[in-house]
Design a protein around this ligand. Structure first.
Ligand code: GAR
Length: 214
C-alpha cells in the first residue's frame, strides 16, 4: 500500500512533529512526512525538520488580509507537495469551516487535555484550578467547531499534589508523543471508521487508570 503523503502543520517548537517524523521512519508506517509547514517563519520546529532533510515551508499568516487568503496559500503549498493527509501539531491558527470540510477525514489534531474537557488554551492551568485528579491529551479528527471532532486516541496522567502547570504539562507532553504516532498510524492505514462521534477500530486499550491508586 502506498504511504499517505502527510503534512505536519506547526507554529512553534515542534516536539510532536519530531515524534511523528521519528515514527514515520519505520518502513511499515503507513504515512510519510512529505512537508512541515508553519504559519510562523521563525518556528524552531521548521529548522529542526529541515535539518532532518524534510521539505519545509512557511506561510506567514500576518501578510494576508484574512483567513481565506491565508488558507488559499496554505492549500497551494499542500497541493504543490501532493499532500493528502494533515496533522496539526501545535498549529495555533483556527481553520475556516470550508478548509476543514475540504480535508474532512484527512485532518487530525493533538490537544493537551482529555476532550471534551478543557477545549481551548491554558488546559493545564485550568485542570489544576478545577482540582481534577486525571488529566491528559487527545488526538481527534478536526471538525469546524474547535477541539470538537471524533476522538482517535487519548492518554491519561494522574495529577499530583505538587503539580504546577509546567510539571503537569511535561507529563502530558510525554504522552502526546506516544499517542500522536499511534493515532496517525491508525488513521493513515485506513483502519478507522467514524460512527457519529465515535471512532471505531482503535483497539488495544489498557486497563483503566484510577487516581489515587488503590
Ligand atoms: C502541544 O502540547 C499541543 O498539544 C498543543 O501545543 C503544544 C505544541 O507543542 N496544541 C494545542 O494547544 C492546540 N490547541 P509542540 O510544538 O512541542 O508539539
Amino acid at each position: 500500500m502506498s504511504k499517505r503523503r502527510t503534512a505536519i502543520l506547526i507554529s512553534g517548537r515542534g516536539s510532536n512533529m519530531a515524534s511523528l517524523i521519528a515514527a514515520a521512519r519505520e518502513p511499515e508506517f503507513p504515512a510519510e512526512i512529505a512537508l512541515v509547514l508553519s504559519n510562523k517563519p521563525d518556528a524552531p520546529g521548521l529548522a529542526a525538520a529541515k535539518a532532518q532533510g524534510i521539505a519545509t515551508a512557511a506561510v506567514d499568516h500576518k501578510i494576508y488580509a484574512g483567513r481565506e487568503a491565508f488558507e488559499g496559500s496554505l492549500q497551494k503549498m499542500l497541493d504543490a507537495h501532493r499532500i493528502d493527509f494533515i496533522c496539526l501539531a501545535g498549529f495555533m491558527r483556527i481553520l475556516t469551516p470550508s478548509f476543514v470540510q475540504r480535508w474532512e477525514g484527512r485532518l487530525i489534531n493533538i490537544h493537551p487535555s482529555l476532550l471534551p474537557s478543557y477545549k481551548g488554551l491554558h488546559t493545564h492551568e485550568r485542570a489544576l484550578a478545577d482540582g481534577v485528579k486525571v488529566h491528559g491529551c487527545s488526538v481527534h479528527y478536526v471538525v469546524a467547531e474547535m477541539d470538537a471532532g471524533p476522538i482517535i486516541a487519548q492518554a491519561a496522567v494522574a495529577v499530583l499534589d505538587d503539580d504546577t502547570p509546567g510539571s503537569l504539562g511535561a507529563r502530558v507532553l510525554e504522552q502526546e508523543h506516544v499517542i500522536y504516532p499511534l493515532a496517525l498510524r491508525l488513521a493513515a492505514s485506513g483502519a478507522l471508521r467514524i460512527d457519529a462521534m465515535r471512532v471505531i477500530g482503535a483497539h488495544g486499550a489498557p486497563a483503566a487508570m484510577v487516581s489515587p491508586r488503590i
